[in-house]
Design a protein around this ligand. Structure first.
Ligand code: AHM
Ligand code: MG
Length: 335
């Protein structure tokens, strides 16, 4: 009976990835170990985020130190936890975080062949009002050079071997792709394990939702303005799309992935490169979108083809359902 199987035979994220990796004869379990360390970071952030409101109001034991120093901000703390977890995995080599100006090169004795780019706590301006936030990550493997260099992480997104995010929302959900589709896992707090709950996620071919910060409209370029106008006043007689914008990329992209539609952070006159960061925001989300059957476009090219020149480079991004992104591509092509 399948309902029974669900309750007694858990497909944990570790089991799932081990199964997947066993298809590759050269696999030595390194990726599984790396992922386990990322998962540890996600569990830590999840539990901290859940306590954040309470800690602020009543001061949880151990949260304020004796000198009365100000509590570490959650994004700084999350970064430290991920850094330490990634380094101690013994499987990483170069680490790039939104929180750190420079890339971290792991000391030779603890090096492995993976490079991880990540935003430990994206959307952190939303913490104080309890809105969903998330961690985003992408993984490259070292090019076979003797000494790792910054070029090893300044690679186009299509070279990533895996990407994912963890959303700290009404439940804690980890969405992952290792290049063979997209799968979603939900944290069972009583087990402390991520269980496969969303196997083989496919984004609907076309959606009924658009997601953008419309407050920037006065500074948009022509194609973006025309596209959003058409969402509201469709020219083909179809019904208008709904607008949903949380202002937390992980939550907005997660909804887009599950319900379909389009998420935009376009260029504007004040920010010609948009806002979102190429390496650890645009690339991982674009990777997931393509793996789920959607598309990701920068306004000029396929997002995953972009070759970053700088660690913290930004790019405009349009991603989501295949047909919806096709429409915006046509508008930019006609410009
Ligand atoms: P952050 O990295 O400083 O948290 O900013 C990234 C966030 C994304 O989560 C979200 O998509 C975007 O900023 C929202 O920006 P805006 O407030 O301009 O709409
Ligand atoms: Mg961010």
């Amino acid at each position: 009976h399948s309902a029974d199987a669900l309750r007694t035979d858990f497909m944990t994220i570790t089991r799932f990835v081990l199964n997947e990796q066993s298809k590759h004869p050269e696999s030595r379990g390194d990726f599984t170990i790396l992922l386990n360390h990322i998962v540890l970071g996600c569990k830590f952030v999840c539990s901290s985020v859940n306590k954040a409101g309470l800690a602020k109001l009543i001061g949880l034991a151990g949260e304020t130190n004796v000198q009365g120093e100000e509590q570490k901000k959650l994004d700084v703390l999350s970064n430290e936890v991920f850094m330490k977890a990634l380094i101690s995995s013994g499987r990483t080599c170069i680490l790039v975080s939104e929180e750190d100006e420079d890339a971290i090169f792991v000391e030779p004795s603890r090096r492995g062949r993976y490079c991880v780019v990540f935003d430990p706590l994206d959307g952190s301006s939303n913490i104080d009002c309890g809105v969903s936030i998330g961690t985003i990550f992408g993984i490259y493997t070292l090019k076979d050079t003797d000494e790792p260099t910054i070029e090893d992480v300044l690679q186009p997104g299509k070279n990533m071997v895996a990407a994912g995010y963890c959303m700290y929302g009404s439940s804690c959900t980890l969405v992952l792709s290792t290049g063979a589709g997209v799968n979603g896992f939900t944290l069972d707090p009583s087990l402390g394990e991520f269980i496969l709950t969303h196997p083989d996620i496919k984004i609907p071919q076309k959606g009924m939702i658009y997601s953008v910060n419309e407050g920037n409209a006065k500074n948009w370029d022509g194609p973006t303005a025309t596209y959003v106008d058409r969402c509201k006043f469709p020219e083909d007689g179809s019904s208008p799309k709904s607008l949903r914008y949380i202002g937390s990329m992980v939550a907005d992209v997660h909804r887009t992935l599950l319900y379909g539609g389009i998420f935009l952070y376009p260029a504007d006159k004040k920010n010609p490169d948009g806002k979102l960061r190429v390496l650890y925001e645009v690339f991982p989300m674009s990777f997931l979108m393509e793996q789920a059957g959607g598309q990701a476009f920068t306004g000029k090219q396929r997002a995953l083809d972009l070759v970053p020149q700088k660690l913290h480079e930004r790019s405009p991004i349009f991603l989501g359902s295949f047909d919806d992104v096709e429409e915006i591509k046509a508008l930019y092509a006609a410009e």
